[in-house]
Design a protein around this ligand. Structure first.
Ligand code: ATP
Ligand code: MN
Ligand code: MN
Length: 309
């Protein structure tokens, strides 16, 4: 095979058994983060990342030349992908199956970095039960010009409304502009049920406080409002993984928080790679998976009807 014909590259540096080529290549010039820094970050953070990422089908955001070069959103293996980035067969809803990617260990994460990966985007379901979501994501997207305080308030309002239905969620700074409110699920409901719940819930909030929230994609109606993006809650859609670095000039990180910690935050991209590493983690107790059942959906539907009048 051609691999054996290649000369050993003395400039490679080994991380977790993966040879990193061009280790000194600067991926993020503004904050001087190299490919090696990125590989070590994902290696060191594996214990925190993998519980949210391992064994989910993944999309990778690759920027082989760094933040100023081309970027690829990729869900199938590309040329030269090593085995540490696993291929998994996931049934298609229409009868066939699809060969998708996943990682299961630190080596997989580092191998993905070697292939130019910056961001990891998992499905909301695991490979063993792809038809049963393990989480819902309410992706809060503020209109341009809206400050972070408005996003924060929206996250708390969402949390309270979920709590009123007996559901416990946790917040994550996206590392970009917004916050994701994540509702962990027992893997009993179908995507159809979960999506309907997310839609009803977002619609309820938007109809109750129409001057602050919208639940539709329309750019025009979003003016000065927060879009409660529930549309990602589908089989096959993804969201940024907790502790993934973002492909943004400042190499900000998506960081899960306790609700108390969220109170003090001033921006969605507050955490860089060093801050993400250093923050406490053991003390963060994420809520247990919630059950989405018929009773809950009916209660929610009744609320939507009531609030329309
Ligand atoms: P921000 O807080 O700045 O909005 P974000 O990660 O929430 O950051 P969104 O554009 O709101 O960015 O997208 C939400 C999620 O939807 C992403 O994290 C990603 O997983 C998925 N997504 C976004 N764009 C695409 C795309 N072009 N193809 C596939 N999935 C996408
Ligand atoms: Mn978003
Ligand atoms: Mn969005």
């Amino acid at each position: 095979p051609t691999e054996q014909l290649e000369k050993p590259d003395p400039s490679r540096i080994d991380v977790a058994g993966v040879g990193i080529s061009h280790p000194r290549r600067v991926i993020f010039p503004a904050v001087k983060v190299t490919k090696l820094d990125l590989a070590r970050y994902y290696h060191d953070m594996a214990d925190r990342i993998l519980p949210h990422l391992a064994d989910r089908p993944l999309s990778l955001v690759r920027l082989p030349e760094g933040i100023e070069g081309e970027r690829f959103f990729q869900k199938h293996a590309g040329k030269g992908f090593p085995d540490a980035i696993r291929r998994i067969r996931v049934p298609d809803p229409d009868g066939g199956d699809d060969e998708l990617l996943t990682v299961t260990d630190a080596r997989g994460l580092v191998a993905a970095v070697q292939m130019g990966t910056v961001e990891f985007h998992p499905w909301g379901a695991k490979r063993d039960k792809p038809d049963r979501p393990e989480r819902l994501v309410f992706d809060l997207d503020p209109d341009e010009g809206l400050g972070f305080a408005a996003v924060r308030d929206a996250a708390f309002e969402l949390r309270n409304k979920l709590q009123a239905l007996g559901l416990a969620a946790w917040p994550m700074l996206s590392g970009g502009k917004g916050v994701h409110v994540i509702l962990p699920l027992r893997r009993t409901a179908s995507w159809e049920t979960a999506r309907l719940f997310a839609q009803l819930f977002a619609t309820l909030m938007a109809e109750t406080v129409p001057d602050r929230y919208v639940a539709t994609m329309s750019k025009r109606r979003r003016k000065d409002r927060i879009f409660i993006d529930w549309l990602r809650n589908d089989r096959g859609s993804t969201a940024i993984a907790p502790f993934s670095v973002r492909a943004r000039p400042n190499a900000s990180v998506a960081v899960p928080l306790s609700w108390d910690e969220l109170k003090k935050q001033k921006r969605a991209d507050a955490f860089g790679m060093d801050a993400a590493r250093e923050r406490g983690w053991d003390d963060l107790r994420l809520p247990a998976p919630n059950a989405l059942n018929q009773t809950l959906l009916k209660r929610l539907a009744a609320l939507v009807e009531r609030d329309k009048d």
